[in-house]
Design a binder for this molecule. Structure first.
Ligand code: SD4
Length: 319
């Protein structure tokens, strides 16, 4: 980006009214770089936009964005401050993928605050795509990541109160999901797409449980010819339909981002006999800068940032 264009971009950035809300059931389109993320991750988008607006890469942007909720103790679905599993351990899942189908992923990782950056190291500094558990932690420490306690006092209290009444049906998991898992997709000035997804998973999950978020094709998928998609919500449902891959393939066959997300939601609902209590939300961005989302239950939103707007969009839902 030349200096004039950069200044223009920065000026526009300064003029954008933060906190704008809209409601959308159709795909919207942007021109130029853009970042979108699940839920109200506008702060994450800002970190990503700092990079995109200076002609940085989509890969750097999504990593920087995902690190924001990972470091935020008030976010109970991601990184530090995330709710623990049934044994009181915070276990993290994350992945990252670029436009060349290069990807890195970690699952069931403990004691490391920024799993998305470990996933990026897996992509760049290992011959593998996915590392889990103790192996992932050892790899992270060799790469210079620090061991940290990720269980905050608040998260421990929630776990302790759960332990007093530990039996509840799976659908009650929604109470512990908190819906903050970030899936973040970016298109940079060069027209390259990347995505990342990071989570502490469903609170009070079984020890050893891995959700959709670190699974390429489930929680995240990027295809340079078509676009990218990410998922949030009950990971088991997303894995069963390879959700993000499904959304990208539906776009390949002509669906708009919103239509593709809606069809993936419909597939999950029909797998469940037409009725569901759990939540799943999808987010999609195509190569042309068109984006959209759709969810099973009401209440899902996604955040967008581009040269002209910073917005939180309320998604349409099946129910
Ligand atoms: C999981 N999909 O581990 C994640 C949870 C989530 O907002 O998205 N929470 O199943």
């Amino acid at each position: 980006m030349d200096r004039k264009k950069f200044l223009w971009t920065s000026l526009l950035g300064a003029l954008i009214p933060a906190g704008k809300f809209s409601f959308s059931g159709k795909s919207e389109q942007v021109v130029g770089p853009v970042v979108i993320s699940t839920w109200d991750n506008r702060k994450a988008n800002r970190a990503a936009w700092d990079i995109l607006s200076k002609a940085g890469t989509a890969l750097d942007a999504v990593e920087a964005g995902a690190r924001v909720p990972e470091a935020d103790p008030a976010d109970h679905s991601v990184g530090y401050g995330g709710y623990p599993d049934r044994t009181g351990k915070v276990t993290l899942d994350a992945c990252i993928m670029n436009e060349e189908s290069r990807c890195g992923s970690v699952a069931f990782l403990q004691d490391i605050k920024h799993p998305v950056s470990v996933a990026r190291k897996v992509l760049e500094s290992s011959p593998h795509v996915m590392l889990v558990g103790e192996g992932a932690r050892q790899f992270a420490m060799k790469q210079g990541f620090k061991k940290e306690n990720l269980l905050t006092d608040h998260a421990r209290e929630v776990w302790e109160s759960w332990k007093k009444n530990p039996e509840f049906p799976v659908t009650s998991w929604d109470k512990y999901i908190n819906h903050d898992t970030i899936g973040i997709l970016a298109l940079d000035e060069q027209g390259n797409l990347s995505g990342a997804c990071t989570t502490s998973g469903i609170g009070m999950k079984m020890h050893g449980r891995v959700g959709d978020s670190p699974l390429i094709g489930a929680g995240l998928f990027v295809d340079k010819e078509i676009g990218a998609a990410a998922a949030t919500g009950v990971g088991e449902e997303v894995i069963r339909v390879a959700g993000s891959h499904l959304v990208v393939e539906l776009m390949r066959h002509g669906s708009s981002p919103v239509e593709a997300c809606k069809q993936a939601v419909d597939r999950i609902v029909s797998n469940n006999g037409g009725q569901m209590e759990g939540q799943v939300g999808f987010l999609a961005l195509n190569k042309n800068g068109e984006y959209g989302g759709y969810s099973i239950q009401p209440g899902y939103s996604y955040a967008i940032r581009d040269m002209k707007t910073e917005e939180l969009v309320k998604s349409k839902s099946r129910f």
